[in-house]
Design a protein around this ligand. Sequence first.
Ligand SMILES: NC(=O)c1ccc[n+]([C@@H]2O[C@H](COP(=O)([O-])OP(=O)(O)OC[C@H]3O[C@@H](n4cnc5c(N)ncnc54)[C@H](O)[C@@H]3O)[C@@H](O)[C@H]2O)c1
Ligand SMILES: [Zn+2]
Length: 245
Amino acid sequence: MQTIRGFSISQELRERFLSAKSVFVLTGAGVSAESGVPTFRGGGNTAVWKGMPFDVISSARMVERNLPAVWEWFDYRRNLLKSLQPNPAHVEIARWQDRFENFTLVTQNIDGLHQEAGSRNVIELHGSIWRARCVTCQVRFNILKDEARPDACLDCGDSLRPDVVLFGELLPPDAFEHAAEEAAHCDLCFVVGTSAIVYPAASLPEIARTAGAYICEVNPERTPLSNLCNEMLTGNAGEVLPLFG
Ligand SMILES: NC(=O)c1ccc[n+]([C@@H]2O[C@H](COP(=O)([O-])OP(=O)(O)OC[C@H]3O[C@@H](n4cnc5c(N)ncnc54)[C@H](O)[C@@H]3O)[C@@H](O)[C@H]2O)c1
Ligand SMILES: [Zn+2]
């Protein structure tokens, strides 16, 4: 058993981790907190941009009413993210993808830090701040760190919008269905840094639990999911997850 500042991973969890065939990880804003990205509840949800509250400027309605203002807000946020690096939690999760027969990483984050740490095939439930999408033909374009973002669709010439799920919008159905299918087939599920109040994302650990998986939460605080979990690792993701390595 390894310990950090009095913290330990149970023998049972360690054994399950060593023998697991199918591991499912759901992450939220907390996994990026140690990289310097504010969590939603830790201040992100009180942000105001040019007098507009966060949920107004980040809404489907604002895309229709004032797309340039939406871009200005996302350009500003992307710019802040530019210099931030993945932390040890992202790095450890990226290692796991080659360790298990079947591994699925699902994130609610839009910051791209899992990919930057080397994670492949990340299921992004809320899209990515590093992509733009055509409002008409839905074609997606990557936004590169050090280049200007494309300002019109290269296929049809129409406007682009951030490829992010905004307030008032549904999750991309394929992403959620894919995630739910994997959750239903895992034997070990980690829920890392999410307040687990945003549905349907929060239903994924419930699906895993119903399917008989062992559920482990990594969070310095309790959440509505804590009672459903078999094990609660109370601490920062960047300190707790490397203990598995
Ligand atoms: N990084 C990002 O892309 C980002 C940032 C903020 C918000 N969001 C969006 O906001 C919504 C909010 O839901 P959410 O549940 O992801 O975030 P949330 O802010 O509601 O919850 C964050 C959770 O992380 C925990 N936490 C804080 N520091 C941690 C750490 N070091 N290690 C582990 N856990 C830690 C908190 O206790 C809390 O439970 C999501 O839809 C997400 O898309 C994304
Ligand atoms: Zn187009």
